[in-house]
Design a binder for this molecule. Structure first.
Ligand code: PRX
Length: 669
């Protein structure tokens, strides 16, 4: 692995001296931006050699490295005995140890200078602001933990959280962690159907929701969605409802209770129990290549260690930082880099409830100035939207509090990187392009801002303890500069432990890709390494799409479509899109006698949004007499992709059953 760390000797120009050239493709991207001396001086890790030294230790003496890090970063009630028990593909980290995750995020800061420091600064979409200190956050979490216990909730019980991006969402997660209940946060943009499927899969006993949340000046009716979902979810005994928008909701006797009523009068002191290092912390559903979402299971100590260490190093956290991550807590980014990784470090986290362009497209910049935010972590799709909305919205604001920028969720194209760097970062702020996944729990490939020279479009080098490789279909490492499949060849503390109730799917889906290499974790991504060992992520190479930074399975969309009575068969593909990264194009064959038409297209779009959520609404629907298939009946997505992109159908079509299908598809529209 040492080779990954070889970097070009003469280090090119500093940040302020940018070559002015237009880059259209990452394969022609040669610019390098070194951290400025000023940033390096104040950084937690201020040189490439310091990174290399620690990295080498982490992969050459992992036992020693992880023991030390786990002992120093986490508050243990009982010390662990073994660092790792690894029987591929099952890992147990820090066995024998006991700890409480909420205590690691809250109680540890009390009695220190952080006690009255802001843990959360919240701005609602209407402009309401709340600041919650660490002491206050512990007070809220303790009381809610009592509410949970009074409801009879036990360690290991599942709790579904379906809330807007408000402080109570964080309180709810931490209160679960405090009593050892397993949370599954469902993004508020998911439909009742999607919510129901997730509740049923993990058999949640409690659902926590709100009357509504604000989005572009309108109320998203979360409680009404829960009511619909619960028509078919018998495991749920109680619904705890937060009052946020004061919209009217119906409360069912014996099942639904108001948060503020349940919360009244209880004790403020909650003695947290200690749980095993491997006690389940949360399940987070994500899209896979088959129709059913995967319940990624993360456990306690390893997850928290990964989230905490990466947050500290990647965001170069300082006591005075005010950190803003624009992800919703319904995604892994919210779990690791709004809640656990940041609060365990005692950081101040800024959260925002609503849309980035409400009431105007400068909302983020206004909030950065208003609150003096120092770090911004967002997605390339948002950056491209800001670019499109125009520089004038940015230039009205100072943005002088910012010192570091981050990117996550999809490859960032060099044009967006440069805009982010010059327009938002004023050429002063390093950009950390962080590659990771729901499954990895924490950032895996990333620059460390005081150490790593940046190349726009590259996630650069692995984090401590992470050993990625780019391999061919047999699992052999490919030469530098050659594309291949991205794998992680060693276990890491924040890795997923299994898929909830589907251990076989876990084994097959992540560890079965390369016969003879059953200890290689397959990421589903394509990548290449350049001559300096830098990783360039190409994107998904399985049947998973990345639309505006959201993962969506083609099979999920297809099964939503075929559940409509007019549809016989459907195939979903991604089409490159300047704004969203990929847009969603679906090919549909209708049942005999059903006439195609625009009204039906609209109906099908709404149907998919209703089955999954608005983020899955197809951008384009194309009716087809038939879909191209292999002789064995498999839909040839590659061909559909070429048709969707408007290109000629090239490549091998010899296995195609009936070429006339392709000809008629191309003739359409
Ligand atoms: O394809 C990669 C892309 O997002 C996928 C993971 O999606 P999800 O589990 O929803 O987690 C997103 C937030 C961590 C990956 O397989 N991806 C994520 N970050 C990057 C990325 N692609 C390129 N560059 C990144 N920085």
């Amino acid at each position: 692995m040492g080779g990954v760390l070889q970097l070009p000797k003469p280090m090119p120009k500093p940040v302020t001296n940018v070559m002015d050239q237009t880059i259209t493709s990452v394969s022609r991207e040669h610019r390098i931006f070194r951290p400025s001396a000023e940033f390096q001086r104040q950084a937690n890790l201020g040189s490439l050699s310091a990174y290399k030294k620690l990295y080498e230790e982490s992969v050459n003496s992992p036992e020693k490295f992880w023991r030390r890090e786990a002992e120093s970063h986490l508050v243990w009630r009982k010390r662990f005995t073994d660092v790792l028990k690894w029987t591929p593909p099952h890992a147990k980290w820090f066995t024998g140890g006991r700890l409480n995750i909420a205590e690691n995020c809250l109680d540890r800061h009390l009695g220190t200078a952080r006690e009255n420091k802001a843990a959360i600064i919240f701005e609602g979409e209407p402009g309401d602001v709340r600041t919650i200190t660490y002491r206050q956050l512990l007070f809220h979490v303790s009381r809610l933990a009592h509410v949970f216990e009074n409801l009879g909730l036990n360690a290991g019980d599942r709790v579904a959280i379906y809330l807007p991006m408000v402080p109570e969402a964080i309180v709810a997660m931490l209160a679960c962690a405090r009593i050892g209940a397993v949370h599954t946060v469902v993004f508020g943009g998911f439909s009742p159907e999607a919510l129901k499927a997730r509740i049923n899969d993990c058999k949640a006993r409690l659902v926590i929701t709100a009357d509504g949340g604000w989005r572009r000046g309108k109320i998203v009716e979360l409680k009404a969605n829960v009511d619909k979902a619960l028509e078919g979810a018998p495991s749920v005994q109680t619904v705890l409802v937060l009052r946020r928008c004061r919209n009217e909701v119906s409360m069912r006797d014996g099942r639904d209770i108001w948060w503020h009523e349940a919360w009244e009068g209880g004790p403020n002191i909650h003695k947290a129990k200690a749980f095993d290092s491997e006690h389940p912390l949360f399940i987070l559903y994500t899209s896979g290549s088959t129709g059913k979402p995967k319940g990624v299971l993360h456990t306690s100590a390893g997850f928290l260690l990964g989230a905490k260490m990466t947050a500290q190093h990647v965001f170069d956290l300082k006591e005075n930082d005010r950190y803003f991550c624009s992800a919703d807590i319904g995604w892994i980014t919210g779990h690791s880099y709004v809640v656990y990784g940041l609060l365990s470090n005692g950081a101040t986290v800024f959260i925002y409830e609503g849309a980035p362009n409400h009431p105007e497209p400068d909302r983020f910049w206004r909030m950065i100035d208003r609150h003096g935010l120092t770090i911004l972590y967002t997605a390339p799709t948002a950056i491209r939207a800001f670019m499109r909305w125009g520089d004038n919205y940015v230039l009205r604001h100072r943005l002088d509090s910012l010192r570091l920028l981050g990117s996550v969720g999809e490859p960032i194209n060099p044009e967006a990187w440069m805009w982010y760097h010059t327009m938002i970062g004023k050429k002063r702020c390093p950009i950390v392009d962080t590659w990771w996944q729901t499954e990895t729990g924490a950032i895996m490939i990333t620059p460390l801002p005081g150490a790593t020279p940046l190349k726009p479009g590259s996630a650069t080098l692995p984090f401590f303890g992470v050993v990625p490789k780019v391999v061919d279909s047999l699992g052999h490492e490919v030469p530098r500069g050659t594309g291949g499949k991205l794998v992680i060849t060693r276990p890491w503390p924040s890795m997923l432990r299994t898929l909830w109730g589907e251990d076989d799917r876990y084994k097959r889906g992540y560890w079965g890709e390369f016969p003879g290499h059953e200890d290689y974790y397959f990421t589903g991504d394509g990548a290449r390494q350049d001559k300096d060992g830098y990783f360039w992520i190409v994107g998904r190479i399985d049947d998973v799409l990345n639309i505006s930074g959201h993962r969506l399975g083609t099979a999920e969309v297809e099964s939503a479509l075929v559940s409509h009575p007019a549809v016989a068969e459907a195939a979903a593909v991604g089409k490159p899109d300047d704004l969203k990264g990929q847009s969603l194009v679906v090919f549909v064959t209708l049942k005999a006698g059903i006439p195609p038409g625009d009204a039906l297209k609209e109906e099908l779009r709404a149907h998919v949004a209703g089955e999954i959520g608005a983020m899955a609404r197809p951008d384009q629907i194309r009716f087809a007499a038939g879909l191209p298939k292999t002789r064995s009946g498999k839909i040839m997505r590659r061909i559909l992709k070429e048709i969707a992109t408007g290109g000629e159908v090239r490549g091998d079509t010899t296995t195609l059953e009936d070429f006339s299908v392709v000809a008629s598809l191309q003739a359409e529209e």
